[in-house]
Write a protein that binds this ligand. Structure first.
Ligand code: GLU
Length: 393
């Protein structure tokens, strides 16, 4: 007999958070752990943003609730961000802010899904999508983005899983965990397919500004008027402004869906923490130079670590173009070390080398592990050295 709901009993724990927590716990016990688990920049929030938050606290403005969907000034700041990075404007009633991109996604699923409505999720996928869909009583439908196709799906593949119940196509580009970016032409084909079949597009653009080595990110919502109408954009400040702890996410799109999401937010968290809203206004409208400095640091780490990782026996890695993850295929490495289960392999790496990675199993990828390179270069180099020694042992 348990008091717990079937909902929670059938839900998976977030493997990224679990891996990050495990690494912290082992470190606290005095173990020599190098954590490449969480996708969390190692930089602190830029000074101008910190200052804006302090000012909001000291002036008293941060003491109070705001409307559930966010301050009008924040919505205007998000609109100016959209104008700058997406090239189009939106009205306030097309914008909602909430407690992190993760909660914005959840509010979206709660707002649009009826029991058994289907959400197409390309695999490998970020760990929380499928469980959030299930929490909202929807049905995740996975489409395998093949490694040979740079982990990208095609409209032909989507068509094979389309049913009467298909309601949403989820796209995350640049991708967590693969770091791949769909080209404008590829997105156009997916977007046209969604429009033709009246399927909503959920565009998780959170890594849009973290692109490297000349790669370009084209938001799907910019490709045509019809696609824009069909798309809910999800974005936030966490990854590109080093603001994971502030929990600021937002959605932009269809006013009816945005109002429904706001209703859910109003009945659950109420507004996004007021001080974080003031910090986000500065992030979106203030000096952007820190974003570029951090992007360059990630690019340098990628370019340094990628060849070293790819040279490790049994590790095969496609070079990512964005986000801050490497997603090696370790099938051969597992064979060499006598493992068949990637989670067990990840645990063995942790126990024997002190390198904390995230198992690909949580991303629907049983032959891969994920490394976050949002950490300093010395840690990354040391981690790769230890992995190399582990494989040669
Ligand atoms: N999104 C980050 C990651 O994938 C943070 C942890 C999480 O929310 O999953 O590592």
């Amino acid at each position: 007999m348990t008091y717990l709901s079937n909902r929670v009993l059938t839900m998976e724990e977030s493997v990224t958070l679990a891996a990050g927590a495990r690494a912290k716990e082992l470190k606290a016990q005095g173990r020599d752990i190098l954590s490449l688990t969480l996708g969390e920049p190692d930089f602190v929030t830029p000074k101008n943003i910190q200052d804006a938050a302090i000012k909001a606290i000291q002036s008293g403005k941060a003491s109070f609730y705001t409307v559930a969907s966010g301050l009008p000034e924040l919505k205007d700041a998000i609109n100016s961000y959209m104008e700058k990075f997406y090239g189009y404007s939106v009205d306030r009633n097309q914008i909602v802010a909430a407690t992190g991109g993760k909660y914005v996604l959840y509010a979206f699923f709660m707002a649009v899904l009826n029991p058994d409505d289907e959400v197409i999720i390309p695999t490998p996928y970020w760990v929380s999508y499928a469980d959030q869909v299930k929490m909202a009583q929807g049905q995740p439908v996975f489409v395998q983005a093949r490694e040979e196709n740079d982990f990208k799906v095609t409209a032909q593949q989507l068509e094979t899983v389309r049913t009467e119940k298909t309601k949403v196509l989820l796209l995350n580009t640049p991708s967590n965990p693969t770091g791949m970016i769909y080209t404008a032409a590829e997105l156009q084909a997916l977007g046209d397919w969604a429009v033709a079949n009246d399927i909503l597009i959920l565009a998780d653009d959170i890594y849009g500004r973290l692109v490297y080595n000349g790669a370009a990110f084209t938001p799907i919502s910019t490709l045509s008027e019809a696609i824009r109408k069909q798309t809910i954009v999800i974005n936030g400040v966490a990854k590109s402004y080093a603001m994971t702890g502030w929990r600021v996410g937002f959605a932009v799109g269809n006013p009816e869906i945005i109002a429904a999401m706001s209703k859910i937010i109003g009945q659950t968290t109420s507004n996004l923490t007021t001080v974080s809203q003031y910090a986000a206004i500065e992030a979106f409208t203030g000096d952007q130079s820190a974003v570029e400095t951090m992007r360059q640091a990630f690019e340098e780490r990628l370019n340094t670590i990628y060849p070293l990782l790819n040279a490790i026996p049994g590790f095969e890695v496609i070079k990512p173009q964005g986000a801050f993850y490497l997603f090696p295929n370790v099938k051969k490495a597992m064979e060499m070390k006598g493992y068949t289960d990637v989670t067990e392999f990840t645990t063995a790496i942790l126990n024997e080398t002190g390198i904390a990675l995230v198992t690909g199993a949580g991303f629907g990828a049983p032959e891969n592990v994920r490394l976050s390179y949002a950490t300093d270069m010395d840690t990354l180099k040391e981690a790769v050295d230890r992995l190399q020694a582990f494989m040669l042992d």
